[in-house]
Design a protein. Structure first.
Lengths: 208, 270
């Protein structure tokens, strides 16, 4: 078998070696996508984040990110989506467990696809699966939010934490717009669906 | 390069006067051109007819089909500022909305405004229920079907009614742009967001007032802007269509009130 990241033939290696390669790849991508790229001292300007953003994958951009995010995978998004659906399903309680699980799962994948298509329709030039990959990874803060919900932490405490987690997700998600070629005047239009998507998921965590 | 008269020839002419791959013929006859001309090309008998000019359609390398994603990009051809202007025009109707659209109906507004309304209705409906101390059957804290129900209701209304209206107009001999009507209904949904936020309160009479206000505002907006569209058919049909549209809108308002903001309704208990 071959794996594009492996140095040699992967047929003879141990199971752990195979798994760990993927696990480390997921972890590396998580770090790249989720580490906020603006200064904490002031409110990040959207144009600034996008302008010096992470660069497109086709052009130079930021070298480390180009190497890692250009190499998209769907493991991370799948794991986060499953975690999110499970946790929200626990948190929902009552008899709606299965309905919520199915609903959240569908909402996540359909939402990611719709947001990606919307960015492309606005003139952005981004690879479909790369975008899905990045949005999937940015769901990590939302997974934390759903964990808090499943643990039934007091709503009063959860509210400010959720605000922070939402902004974290949104900031990370904005990185897909950097270098995607969306015209300056349409940045608001491109960001709104993304923000709405995260808001929908946070809302579900909140009311649980 | 030789000069002839007031202009210089752009193409190099070699010694035999041969211009290479141009259709140059040294005989003093009328030359066929390769330019697209409205009246067609004149060709003399016995000569190779020049290639006619390319018709405008196929000159662009990719003719857009319905399956091509770039076909749909034309419906999203607006800037953030344009969107805000349209939203404002929907809420404070001063000018004719169709003038604001100005021949460029978009689908971005209808789709995302409707999606926002769905989310807001779900959130405020749940909060309203919570503040009114309601208990959900099955013991959960919120009703997920409220979200799916809101989605079905809003998307169905916003996108099926314009299609029905367009179909009816075509049937009765009128003309209507389906995108303009969808745009109209989409932006009319904007009013439900403040209505929903206002209806969280526990004062029941306020709920009625807000919903009634929302209905009045959006129905007026729809009526004023549908009137020129339906007038393309005869007066009697136009009136009937307008009445049906307003009645459907009233149905939407009542449904919103009952599903999301009714706290003592028998519907919730089933």
């Amino acid at each position: 078998g071959t794996d594009r990241r492996a140095q040699q033939s992967t047929l003879d290696e141990t199971v752990w070696a195979t798994l760990s390669r993927d696990i480390f790849a997921v972890w590396a991508k998580m770090k790249e996508v989720l580490y906020p790229k603006f200064s904490w001292k002031r409110w990040p300007d959207v144009n600034e984040v996008l302008g010096e953003g992470v660069g497109s994958i086709e052009e130079g951009g930021m070298a480390p990110l180009q190497g890692k995010v250009g190499d998209w995978d769907l493991w991370g998004p799948l794991v986060f989506c499953l975690l999110l659906s499970m946790l929200l399903s626990f948190a929902a309680g009552g008899e709606q467990g299965t309905v919520v699980f199915a609903g959240v799962f569908t909402l996540v994948w359909v939402g990611e696809a719709v947001v990606t298509v919307q960015i492309r329709l606005l003139g952005g030039n981004i690879s479909f699966f790369q975008s899905i990959c990045i949005i999937g990874y940015t769901l990590f803060p939302i997974v934390i939010a759903s964990l808090l919900a499943a643990l039934h932490v007091w709503t009063v405490i959860r509210l400010p934490i959720y605000a922070v987690l939402y902004l974290w997700s949104l900031a990370a998600g904005l990185s897909i717009l950097g270098g995607s070629g969306v015209v300056r005047h349409r940045v608001g239009l491109a960001v709104f669906p993304l923000g709405l998507f995260y808001l929908a998921l946070i809302t579900l965590c909140l009311v649980s | 390069m030789t000069s002839q008269g007031d202009y210089s020839v752009v193409v190099d002419i070699d010694d035999e006067g041969d211009l290479g791959d141009l259709d140059y013929n040294p005989d003093p006859e009328f030359q066929n051109t390769n330019f697209p001309s409205a009246s067609g090309n004149v060709s003399t008998p016995g000569r190779k007819p020049a290639t006619p000019g390319l018709p405008p359609n196929s000159s662009a390398p990719g003719k857009l089909h319905m399956w091509d994603i770039n076909f749909y990009a034309q419906f999203f051809d607006l800037n953030t500022n344009d969107l805000l202007v349209r939203c404002k025009a929907a809420l404070y109707p001063k000018a004719n909305f169709l003038d604001v659209i100005d021949g460029n109906p978009d689908l971005y507004g209808p789709i995302w405004i409707t999606t926002t309304v769905v989310l807001v209705l779900f959130l405020t409906g749940t909060l309203a229920h919570y503040f009114n101390g309601g208990e959900l059957p099955g013991g959960g804290k919120y009703d997920f079907r409220l979200l799916t129900g809101a989605a079905g209701l809003m998307y169905g209304y916003t996108f099926i009614i314009p299609v029905a209206l367009w179909g009816a107009l075509k049937w009765w001999g009128g003309e209507a742009g389906i995108l303009e009507v969808a745009c109209l209904y989409g932006y009319a949904n904007l009013v439900w967001i403040p209505v929903a936020v206002g209806s969280i309160s526990t004062i029941t009479i306020l709920n009625y007032v807000f919903v009634a206000l929302g209905f009045a505002m959006s129905a007026t907006f729809l009526f004023r802007n549908l009137f020129p569209i339906v007038s393309s058919t005869d007066a009697k049909t136009a009136k009937m269509l307008l009445i049906v549209a307003v009645a459907a809108h009233a149905g939407l308002a009542i449904t919103i009130k009952i599903l999301f903001f009714q706290h003592k309704s028998p519907v919730k208990k089933t």
